[in-house]
Design a protein around this ligand. Structure first.
Ligand code: PLP
Length: 391
């Protein structure tokens, strides 16, 4: 048995553990009495166009419908994604620039294996999505945490500059951000690009930017700049888990922009990583859905309503939090320095956020608000009672 794999399996993800606890607790005391703010499972249904597309696909001969696609995905699906990006960002991508994946998780694993060699370092901006560390370490690399700006939770370019060295091969950024809801501004990304250009020049090889963007469409008015237009060595990882509410269907992509130096070789390495990791041929049915639904809008209004109710309620109870510009997470300051201790006291009120320790930061909790509106409104007395304990 591989002890590293055993450790990953035995330790489990805190988010999934809390989510499993919530399910068990709901069975015990009733769903309406448990406020599960743990996992980022969208509460809005997938667009009606997704169902219509599936129904049309079911008319295909079964051997075609259920057959293997090319390893990188159906040319028509990749062309549809490329055309959508071109319309939105004025680019000139083609199907050849895209590799379809089983969600952003696979996109990131593939990108890391394609871009790095064992012994390299990969920088993450803390707080960060906890699985990054697993994927980085499995690629044989070291995960280097760099704290975000403690006020704005934007990338602190000077801190990144201090952390990059000759072994740094990539930086992962995630905007809109899980867990803070921050959306990186153009100025932030330009400052980061300059740091990476300087580091690339100093060490004689490119430092890549891996942009993890499953929340790109979920914003509350903020611009989400197209990063390959800002930094030439950018790979984009995307999934439809959040934008089309399809997290269980496992469909996303890696983009190696054709504007990137050495793009063709890098795309071959992406295909090689997909092959080596066993991630060839993303789910065929949902590749077909992409052909029809790639431009379907996300239902951001539901999340905006939740965000309003949650932030207003928590502010009234005296909590402080980062004003979220995107995604569907609220980063709330714990009412004591120990986030785990605060979580334990929240749990006693049937409130189930995720302590910030899981995200590589002390003193906060993440409240996932992609939940039914009634969960938010129903939870407010419990948040108030929790705050009252600390007064
Ligand atoms: N990256 C971030 C920042 C996420 O929040 C998630 C899922 O919550 C993922 C990647 C993985 O996404 P997927 O479900 O598409 O694999």
């Amino acid at each position: 048995m591989n002890e590293t794999m055993y450790a990953y399996g035995a330790a489990k993800s805190a988010i999934r553990e809390i989510s499993a606890y919530a399910a068990a607790r709901k069975a015990e005391i009733g769903a309406q009495n448990v406020f599960d703010f743990s996992i980022g499972n969208p509460s809005v249904p997938a667009p009606e166009a997704v169902r219509a597309s599936i129904e049309r696909a079911l008319e295909l001969p079964p051997t075609e419908l259920h057959g293997y696609t090319p390893a990188a995905g159906l040319p028509a699906a990749r062309a549809a994604v490329a055309a959508s990006l071109n319309r939105r960002f004025g680019t000139a991508y083609t199907a050849a620039d895209l590799y379809l994946t089983v969600g952003a998780a696979a996109s990131l694993s593939i990108s890391l294996h394609a871009l790095t060699n064992p012994g390299d370092e990969v920088v993450v901006i803390a707080p960060y999505f906890p699985e990054y560390r697993v994927w980085i370490e499995v690629a044989g690399c070291t995960c280097v945490e760099v704290s975000a700006d403690p006020e704005t939770f934007q990338v602190d370019a000077a801190a990144v500059a201090a952390a990059v060295g000759p072994r740094t091969r990539a930086v992962i950024v995630n905007s809109p951000n899980n867990p803070t809801g921050a959306v990186y501004t153009r100025a932030t990304l330009e400052a980061l690009a300059q740091v990476l250009r300087d580091a690339s020049a100093a060490h004689g090889q490119p430092v890549y930017l891996i942009c993890d963007e499953p929340y790109r469409e979920i914003t509350y008015g903020a611009e989400v700049p197209w990063v390959p237009g800002i930094y030439e060595h950018t790979v984009v990882c995307y999934s439809y888990s959040k934008s089309l509410s399809l997290p269980g269907e496992r469909i996303g992509w890696v983009l190696v922009p054709n504007t990137m130096p050495d793009a063709e070789r890098l795309m071959a390495a992406v295909a090689g990583a997909g092959r080596a990791l066993g991630f060839v041929c993303a789910p065929a049915l949902f590749q077909r859905v992409l052909v029809d639904c790639v431009d379907e809008p996300s239902d951001v209004a539901a999340y905006a309503r939740n965000r309003e109710a949650l932030t207003a309620g928590l502010a009234r109870a005296g909590y402080t939090y980062v004003e979220p510009d995107g995604a569907f997470y609220l980063w709330v300051r714990a009412l004591e320095p120990d986030a785990e201790a605060f979580f334990a006291r929240a749990r006693a009120h049937e409130l189930l956020p995720v302590p910030s320790t899981s995200f590589g930061a002390p003193g906060w909790v993440r409240v996932s608000y992609c939940v039914p509106y009634e969960t938010i409104t129903g939870s407010l007395p419990a948040w108030e009672a929790l705050a009252a304990e600390y007064r």
